[in-house]
Design a protein around this ligand. Structure first.
Ligand code: AMP
Length: 282
């Protein structure tokens, strides 16, 4: 497995791979790798010849009061994990390499980036899109994959790839969960023992909401209140609970078609997100 730190070398290598070795599959990560990340590697391996993973904690997608400084970093361990996974190339640029002094260009997907997580994290998706445009130009992937745990991100990246005519297939992989249903996240390690015990309530309440809808409830307010009341029994602060159309992320009053139930909840200072997708025929 090759470890590349310089953008020049990565671009040259990607160019050569595309000439000689076939399709490049790419997974962008912020490191602290877990089963969720590795599931994406497994999926993309089936669809590409050379697998490139980036590890970069992107400062541009963190707000000033967010957890950029404390975000878990363990590059040595990540490299070992990716060697075991038989990944071909790991790209680990440093912050200065990605954003040299004077860096001043940004990419934004309007509207989709302003709802759900975008409301409480202004500028977050602008940071995500900006770094991904850079990665797409550096790594030159044929196919890239994003986790449905961050479904808004996946939808925004697909839109950006379409709008900017990137010749890249953008696919998604399912959310990988712990046995008790908690979506695996690099942020779960910040949880106290009690918070970790409480956190599966997020997925549990989403599953209950799905069941209520499957039994015939169509009023979003009723379903959202049901989720809220079950989550509020724990010591948490709810950021948002929303039911939205999967295509444009607009809120649905009456639940119909392809919808997402998405939420973000603070356990102390740790903000966890989760979502569930469902299709309601009538
Ligand atoms: P991150 O390192 O948090 O930026 O995540 C890198 C990629 O892994 C993103 O596409 C995430 O959506 C995805 N990911 C993170 N956690 C999970 C999970 N539990 N299941 C599936 N994909 C995930």
């Amino acid at each position: 497995m090759k470890v590349i730190k310089s953008i020049n070398e990565m671009q040259r290598t990607a160019f050569e791979v595309r000439e000689k070795n076939g399709r490049i599959g790419f997974v962008a990560t912020m490191g602290a790798l877990h089963k969720g990340h590795l599931s994406l590697v497994d999926i993309v391996k089936e669809k590409a010849d050379v697998i490139i993973i980036s590890i970069f904690v992107n400062p541009k997608q963190f707000g000033i009061s967010e957890d950029y400084e404390r975000y878990t970093r363990d590059v040595e361990q990540d490299i070992e994990i990716l060697k075991d996974k038989k990944v071909d190339i790991v790209f680990i640029p440093d912050t200065y390499e990605m954003y040299p002094e004077g860096y001043n260009s940004y990419v934004n997907v309007q509207e989709l980036g302003e709802v759900l997580c975008g409301k409480s994290r202004p500028g977050h998706f602008k940071g995500v899109c900006t770094v991904l445009v850079k990665f797409f130009n550096i790594v030159k992937p044929d196919i890239t994959i994003f986790g449905e745990k961050d479904i808004q991100q996946a939808i925004i990246v697909k839109k950006m790839a379409t709008d900017f005519n990137f010749d890249i297939e953008v696919i998604t992989g399912p959310t990988i969960r712990e046995n008790d249903g908690l979506a695996i996240s690099s942020r779960n390690i910040y949880l106290s023992a009690q918070q970790r015990k409480d956190a599966p309530i997020l997925y549990k309440s989403l599953v209950i909401a799905k069941e209520i809808i499957e039994k015939g409830e169509r009023d979003s307010t009723v379903v959202i209140e049901k989720i809220r009341s079950s989550i509020e029994k724990k010591d948490v602060k709810i950021d948002y609970i929303d039911i939205v159309d999967k295509k444009d992320l607009t809120p649905t009053k009456s639940i119909k078609g392809d919808v997402l139930i998405a939420l973000a909840v603070y356990f102390g200072s740790t903000r966890l997100i989760d979502n569930i997708q469902l299709r309601v025929e009538s």
